[in-house]
Design a protein around this ligand. Sequence first.
Ligand code: UT7
Length: 331
Amino acid sequence: MQNRNNYGILGVGSCLPEKVFTNHDWEKLVDTTDEWITKRTGISERRILEKEQPTHELGIKAAKMALEDAGLTAEDLDLIIVATETPDYLSPSMSCLIQKGIGAKKAAAFDLNAACSGFIYSMTVAGQFIKTGVYKYVLVIGCEGLSKVMDWKDRNTCVLFGDGAGAAVLGPVEEGYGVLNTYLGAAGDLGHNLTIPCCFITEEDIAKRPNENKRVLWMDGSEVFKFAVKIMEQCTRQVLEEIGMSLDDIKLIVPHQANIRILESATKRLGVENEKVFSNLHKYGNISSASIPVALNETYREGKIAKGDNLVFVGFGGGLTWGAAVVKWSK
Ligand code: UT7
């Protein structure tokens, strides 16, 4: 029996740009090598939007796939939440652009920015509406065009990122299934380690950016790296402990895809086997809030998860923010 106290994922979808941008393509643009990028990050290639292609187009396609998978139509949706740190416009929001694109006429719509943790934040917010009976079906999308905000001349950051969108339709599921727990956190005092200026920029932020375009992403990679390794372990343990579960109960961890060395290090710290931690980083690089739903869609379509499997999603990134979720797969 469906019960609104139990909310879960009814359908998933994703969309990546067609254009593949390899490490060898970067070799032609900045002082880097395929060997350095592969060894230090695990990334071989990423997908990049054409300059004239808006990011929300990816979100529309991912949303349609997720709706079809859920056996629902756009008109069934009550709410759309788009997790993004790279909106095409500040207004209208990505969620309104996507609402229009899919024809979800009765759905309310807003964007949520929690950077790479955005999908888990959005799932958690969606769950509050479903559990309280305010809304039945909520579409959550991680939708990012990092290529539009990165510094194409800064080898420290440009080789890391890609574009993409991943979507999930959330709604009531059978008792005992669905999202069992979520855990969110933020440390604004560490936010200066990863910044993308928008309507305002400080002199300090201008000075950090060596090239002419100042409204681009800047990151202190090694500070974020140290934070990521610790928080990924802490978050995963916390979200399980809160509901009396352990890593032995988990079939698969679907983490934010930022750097293979972060994933390997967290895998070791958690004491789990490599197969328990999903990675598709080599193909897409870091796509921020889209990375978890894109990975989830991929693992689901490849038949790697079955009804009743327990999954952990774990993300970390700009803000700085973090979040984790435990999901008993209900499809
Ligand atoms: O999604 C949000 C969360 N983001 C992350 O989790 C990212 C976390 N950070 C990282 O993944 C890593 O810190 C990076 C991949 C960004 C950098 O790796 P690293 O091993 O920490 O390298 P580094 O920053 O310590 O730099 C080592 C050297 C430097 O040269 P010097 O100063 O030692 O001469 C860099 O200039 O590597 C150089 N370098 C490069 N060399 C070739 C930096 N980028 C490149 C490059 N190609 N693309």
